[in-house]
Write a protein that binds this ligand. Sequence first.
Ligand code: F6P
Length: 352
Amino acid sequence: MKIGVLTSGGDAPGMNGAVRTVALTGLARGHTVVGIRRGYEGLLEGDAAPLAPSDIDGIARLGGTILGSARSAVFPTAEGQALAKRRLAELGLDALVVIGGNGSLTGAHVLGEERPCLMVGIPGSIDNDIGHTALSIGVDTAVNTIVEACDRISDTASAHRRAFVVEVMGRRSGFLAMRAGIAAEADAVLYAESGEGEAQLVARMREVLARCFRPGRNKKRALIVKAEGVEMPTSKLVAALREHLAVDAPGVEIRETVLGHLVRGGHPSALDRMIAQRLGFAAVLACEGGKHDVMAAWDTPGDVGERTADRSVRLVPIPEVLAETERLLDGTSPVTQRRLGLLRTAEKLMSF
Ligand code: F6P
């Protein structure tokens, strides 16, 4: 077979491990594997070359993606779709493995509608906002990066007995803030899924900070981890809390740190490398098995999709993945409900 592989959308640590395993497995099993550069943008330009073992040596430990990535504005258009199909035919691909997030998987599904070749997805996005996979490639590393950053901030915050608001990535999903916040011993986590307005947020955080710095509590620092998706700008929240602190805990100062793209870089964790490799392996086997419009998913909650020889990997139809992704983001998925329920329980203890 001739198998293409591309990485698309926001890069995620571990994508290289998936590229490496797709290429290595493909080559070892007698296929040609073509690396397409800069995601769908590169596909439109026919920017592709066969991958040799020497191209993929040592890449699993690297952050980012050696193939490059892009958010293509042309690809979703009718002209973009037609051109992409022509390029697939010119490249003579039997299958295309797409490693990326929600937008990239949507792209794979739409492009695959007339089955120009087999389409197999692998979830890669630090936000953990992809349906029917317990984890996407990059999430574990991003959580660890946030925890490390919060630990460092806690050192300086404790030295000055300050409050900090740390904003972390997650455009439509508060998962990173939730998981990292708990691990970093945060006093509160703010996420858009709570549906709180600005006044409610400020009132709740005022209470949290007042509890943290109440007389006799002797707490060294307060840490609030805020997801990017929360509409209230971090600077506005911090300004409001500064005013309240002046009344509730005179002398205690508050600072903010926006971690931004720092969270997306760095060497992938061992877990991300392992997930990437097992999903990459399953993706090649899916191509050989003639599977189309499916995503290799990790530890799928519930009984969705098709089992593979790997107990942790299932093949889930991409349309089902996309539908569940929407439910995850609009809060109607039982997975989101469960996460929010757990967090509400944890919140009662966090700022005790
Ligand atoms: O990949 C997901 C993500 O990191 C979001 O958390 C963030 O909002 C977005 O990408 C940033 O994208 P860009 O790098 O295009 O600004």
